[in-house]
Structures are given as structure tokens and as C-alpha cells.
Design a protein around this ligand. Structure first.
Ligand code: ACO
Length: 374
């Protein structure tokens, strides 16, 4: 392949952004200049969502207004509830997420309006309603009744409430909140680039987020947090871990939850999520996955010099919290809606159709023969 071809757009800078950056000088992912781990320490997810969407951290009054708007939108139309009830129970929740955002686009009065004001309002509706729809599906597929959202609960608390009918202790909620903060935004990753590409034809936010969800589902991207859990379940016991990982590496398997296009010596989000994984393991009095985690990580670094990405600690953390494995990537969705929406607005504000070129390797020019001559 010619050196001119940058397969996978490797190393190509395609546009400018003000939303996030991995800053090597502080070895951290930053959202609008703030280190993600500092945001985890000092903010709740709603403040970070506000920051990503509105460019600045909110003051008390702005946060209150934001929360008021978000909690007001935590409802679904009758149509959407009926759609959810008719979905096959075996549907992957990522496909459900993609479908519900698409249905919201049919219902939204402002679907066609791509102004930044309308996009911010639509982003808020998608942000508030998607977790409600996903939690409803979580219940429906188990034959359980939908639990209505509660306005007085935080975004994170409300998700637990709608899925399980109760809110766990503060440390568990904080660990979940931290995972949402860490998942909220990461520049031109594949799902965000998908959203920006869809937007670049002047399409709408519901379409762009629907496409982004489809992109996030893949195991090389967001779907990795589910794959990590499948791997850990397969390993089952710490005693099996060493043999399992060595065999997988001998087979040249790709180990999910490891490696990253941008970070080559470790994902800066991992230490924070790792810490909360430890806290949740302690609370749940279950250290099995932590032990497996450490053995697999050690071998990956020693044999391949490949470090974990954020999906590695997040997968088992969600498992310990009680979520079904196929709900891990949908949780990523409810957070990343903030980042995608900000990028969609940024793309609209300074748009250029995204249309790369390809090097043609197909047949030379040929004559079309009539059907009876072929
Ligand atoms: N396990 C084993 N080998 C790996 C892994 C891994 N997880 N990641 C990279 N490698 C190897 C590749 O096989 C390749 O080796 P080679 O040069 O001998 O062929 C080399 O490291 C470079 O890897 P690439 O896949 O070319 O790197 P790229 O930047 O294209 O891929 C990716 C990054 C897709 C994330 C890759 O590391 C991977 O497949 N990881 C597993 C899936 C995963 O965890 N994805 C989540 C990413 S984070 C997120 O989306 C939130």
C-alpha cells in the first residue's frame, strides 16, 4: 500500500476542536481545559455535561437551571413506550438505544432546525430521555414494570432507580458518576467522527447520534467494556488468569480493554476508574475480578507493552454494580451523548463536507456486455 494512504486516518488531523484534548504536559485528557480526573474529584456528572455542552463550568444558578431542564425532560411519549414494549426482548440494548434516538427524531418538533440554539435544546432532550428509555427496556425485557423517573434524584441516582427500583449507597453512585464523567468526551474517536461526518452533510442531531451509537457498539470502540466482562467471566477464577492470557497471546488474539489509538503508554482515565473499581470491589466484598484484572494487566504490559484503556476497569465495575453485561455500552452512550452533541454543534458552526478520497485498486475500464452475451 502506498505511503500516501493513511488507512484508518492514522495520524491525520482533519479539523480543529475546542472541546477536549489529551494534554501530554499534564498526561491527561482534558475537557475544555480541565483535567478529567480533577472534574471527577470536584464535580458531579451534571456539571461536566454542562461544561461540555456550554463551554464553561456552571455556577450554582446555571446548574440549577440545567438540572431543572434535564429533569423536566425525563419522560417518554406514549409512542416511544409502545415502541419499547414491541421490541424483541432479545434485542441488544445498543440497537435499542439507536432505535429510540431515531424515534425521538420523528417526534421532535425541531428536528429540521440545525441552529445551535435548537441543537442545544434537542441535545438536552436526547440526553435526558435516552437513559429513561434504556432503563425502561432494562425492565421490560425482564417482564418487569417500567419505573418512572424521579425529579429529585441526580442523573446517576435516577438511572439506578429506574433500572433497579432503588439507589445504592453514595460510594457506588459516585463510582458510577465518575465513569460517566470519564466516558463523556474524547475528541475525534470513531463514534464522534461518525457523528461529525453525518453532520457535515447538514443532517440533523438525531441522525448523527443514531449513527454514533451504531459506531460505539463495535468491540474495537465502546463495545470493549462488554467484551472485557465476557473475558473475565471466561477466566472465572484468578488461578486461571495467567494460563488464559498467555494462551490468548500465543494465539495472537486481540485482548479487549487494552490498547488505544491515542494513548500508547497508558490511558489517562484508567488510574481514576481503577481506583473506583477497587472501591466498588471492596464494598461488594468481591475481589475476584480485581485479582484477574491485575494478572491480565501485568502480562499484557510485560509481553506486549500494551496498557489498559478505560473500558478495562469500567466493565467489571458495572458488573459489580449489578448491571447486565449488555448494558455496559449503553451506559457509555448516556454519557457520550454530551460529547457527541458538542461536536455536532461545533461541526455545524464551521462546517465543511467530510469527503476523503480513496486510491482505486479495482478493475480497469471494461465494456458492458448485454445480458445475453455475459
Ligand atoms: N491486544 C493484543 N494486541 C493488540 C491490542 C490488544 N488489545 N491492541 C493493539 N494490539 C497490537 C496489534 O495487534 C498491533 O500489532 P502488530 O503491529 O503486530 O500487528 C499493534 O498492537 C498496533 O495495534 P493496532 O490495532 O494497529 O492499533 P490501532 O491504533 O489501530 O488500534 C485499538 C487501537 C483498536 C483500540 C486496539 O488497541 C484494539 O483493538 N484494542 C482492543 C479493543 C478495545 O479495547 N477497544 C477500546 C478502545 S478505548 C474506547 O473506545 C473507549
Amino acid at each position: 500500500m502506498s505511503d500516501d494512504i493513511k488507512k484508518g486516518l492514522l495520524g491525520i488531523v482533519v479539523d480543529e476542536t475546542e472541546i477536549s484534548k489529551v494534554m501530554p504536559e499534564i498526561n491527561s485528557l482534558t475537557y475544555r481545559g480541565y483535567a478529567a480526573q480533577d472534574l471527577c474529584a470536584r464535580c458531579k456528572f451534571e456539571e461536566v455535561a454542562y461544561l461540555i455542552l456550554n463551554k464553561e463550568l456552571p455556577n450554582k444558578k446555571q446548574l440549577k437551571q440545567f438540572e431543572k431542564e434535564e429533569t423536566k425532560e425525563r419522560v417518554l411519549s406514549k409512542t416511544l413506550i409502545n415502541v419499547l414494549k414491541q421490541m424483541p426482548k432479545k434485542s441488544h440494548p445498543m440497537d435499542v438505544a439507536r432505535t429510540v434516538v431515531s424515534v425521538m427524531g420523528l417526534e421532535d418538533k425541531e428536528t429540521k432546525d440545525n441552529s445551535s440554539e435548537a441543537n442545544l435544546r434537542k441535545a438536552m432532550r436526547i440526553f435526558a430521555k435516552t437513559p429513561v428509555a434504556l432503563a425502561a427496556f432494562y425492565r421490560l425485557r425482564k417482564g418487569k414494570k417500567i419505573i418512572p423517573s424521579k425529579k429529585k434524584l441526580t442523573f446517576a441516582e435516577n438511572f439506578f432507580h429506574m433500572c433497579f427500583g432503588k439507589v445504592p449507597n453514595k460510594e457506588i453512585v459516585k463510582a458510577f458518576d465518575v465513569s460517566l464523567i470519564l466516558y463523556a468526551e474524547h475528541s475525534f474517536n470513531v463514534s464522534t467522527f461518525t457523528a461529525r461526518t453525518i453532520t457535515s452533510s447538514l443532517s440533523d442531531i438525531h441522525g448523527a447520534i443514531t449513527g454514533a451509537i451504531a459506531s460505539l457498539k463495535g468491540p474495537l470502540h465502546g463495545g470493549a467494556n462488554e467484551e472485557v466482562m465476557h473475558m473475565m467471566k471466561k477466566i472465572k477464577k484468578p488461578e486461571n488468569a495467567l494460563k488464559w492470557i498467555n494462551k490468548a497471546l500465543d494465539n495472537k488474539d486481540v485482548i479487549m480493554g487494552f490498547g488505544h489509538r491515542v494513548y500508547k503508554s497508558g490511558d489517562s482515565r484508567v488510574p481514576t476508574m481503577r481506583e473506583y473499581f477497587g472501591k466498588v470491589s471492596k464494598i461488594k466484598k468481591d475481589k475476584v475480578f480485581e485479582k484477574i484484572y491485575e494478572i491480565v494487566e501485568k502480562v499484557m504490559i510485560k509481553r506486549k507493552n500494551i496498557h489498559p484503556n478505560v473500558d478495562y476497569p469500567t466493565g467489571p465495575t458495572y458488573h459489580l454494580m449489578g448491571f447486565d453485561t449488555d448494558f455496559f455500552t449503553p451506559i457509555f452512550v448516556i454519557s457520550r451523548i454530551t460529547g457527541w452533541s458538542a461536536h455536532i454543534m461545533e461541526q455545524h458552526a464551521a462546517n465543511k463536507l467530510i469527503r476523503p478520497l480513496a486510491s482505486y485498486k479495482g478493475s480497469k475500464h471494461r465494456k458492458v456486455m448485454q445480458l445475453n452475451h455475459r
